[in-house]
Write a new protein. Structure first.
Ligand code: APR
Length: 342
């Protein structure tokens, strides 16, 4: 996954270069600038003194000293003044110039904070979109692994309405592995409920427990249809769906945020078994309806499990026809789940 959003402290990232959201003096400050200088030690400041500052949108490279990476790339983001002062273009050039500098120094992995989204006041969601769009654009021409390091919860904010909707979807679907019952609290006379083959009778006095009845079986495919599909491998189904959608291979794997090498492996080996993350990423990129997404996962040896909140959130978005990876990640982040592409 060429662009990965991770929740971490950037001073802990063991990649070739980390990017610092600095100010034009390059002489340190608060926020991520302060954290990087503190972790790197005084050698960093001494080298920064020799650079003669940095203009907004530009980038300059130094050593990393006590940090667990090779380089620090210092860039200066725009101060947010309402969005009508070329802030977006300047912020984009921070990412492009930092990545260009990293490329010139042979870096293969780079980690960014959300530049300008702290002290400089750039609205976090917009700052994240500019980051993702700028990095993705750069990676259409260069092979590199780029991390966007999200440090605090306020970087991802989903609406209360969406949060509530997903919470109740999870409530409805989530089956705890040790199969807890849900109390409906209605206190009516007990009733029987069917769980698979066994009938369970409740004691009349107890609160009525509403057992999660198994969903009604979906329309089963005809036998020969099912058999026809069984021998199609994950790789074959992926190629078939790319053709059916009228996409090119590159459009599909870039939208799925999968690197070219992995895609070539899948394409070249009909029996290749990808990770669950990769299979889900392709199902989302192809915007498959739920049944087809389940088919594709099954061909990779996986299922959307109702004892995984991550899977239930993915199912929520597919059921609602929302394939926007950014919005899916916002929801996953809000529910403390690993992110798509992480
Ligand atoms: N790791 C990753 N991200 C971090 C860390 C950290 N250790 N510390 C802070 N951040 C995040 C913040 O949560 C914010 O989302 O970095 C993002 C950028 O915030 P700032 O550090 O405030 O940077 P910026 O908004 O670009 O303002 C730059 O602040 O620190 C001063 O000297 C700096 O004057 C400059 C200004």
């Amino acid at each position: 996954m060429p662009v990965q959003i991770v929740r971490n402290d950037i001073t802990k990232m063991k990649c070739d270069a980390i990017v610092n959201a600095a100010n034009p003096t390059l002489l340190g400050g608060g926020g991520v600038d302060g954290a990087i200088h503190e972790a790197a030690g005084k050698g960093l400041l001494e080298e920064c003194r020799t650079l003669g500052g940095c203009k907004t949108g530009e980038a300059k490279l130094t050593g990393a000293y006590d940090l667990p990476c090779k380089y620090v790339i210092h860039t200066v983001g725009p101060v947010w003044r309402g969005g009508q002062n070329n802030e977006k273009e300047l912020l984009k050039s921070c990412y492009i110039n930092s990545l260009t500098t990293a490329l010139e120094h042979g870096c293969e992995t780079v980690a960014f904070p959300l530049i300008s989204s702290g002290v400089y006041g750039y609205p976090k969601e917009q700052a994240l979109r500019v980051a993702v769009d700028s990095i993705t654009e750069f990676l259409t021409k260069h092979d590199m692994l780029v991390y966007i390091v999200v440090f605090d919860r306020s970087s991802f904010r989903i609406s209360e309405k969406l949060f509530t909707a997903i919470s109740s979807f999870i409530d409805d679907k989530y089956v705890d592995t040790n199969f807890k019952f849900r109390f409906s609290g209605r206190g009516e006379i007990g009733e029987s409920a069917v769980l698979g083959e066994t009938q369970i009778l409740y004691p009349a006095a107890a609160n009525l427990v509403q057992l999660r009845r198994p969903a009604k079986p979906t329309k089963t495919r005809s036998l020969e249809e099912a058999l026809k599909q069984t021998d199609e491998s994950f790789s074959e189904m992926l190629m078939r769906k790319i053709d059916e959608k009228g996409m090119t291979d590159a459009q599909c794997y870039k939208k799925a945020n999968i690197d070219r090498k992995l895609f070539s492996k899948i394409r070249g080996d009909r029996l290749y078994k990808p990770s669950k993350q990769t299979a889900i990423a392709f199902a989302i990129a192809l915007e498959l309806p739920l049944e087809e997404a389940k088919d594709m996962l099954m061909k990779a040896g996986f299922a959307l499990s109702h004892s995984s909140r991550f899977d239930i959130i993915i199912e929520y978005f597919i059921t609602n026809g929302n394939y926007n990876t950014f919005e899916i990640n916002e929801a996953l982040f809000a529910f403390d789940q690993p992110l798509l592409g992480a």
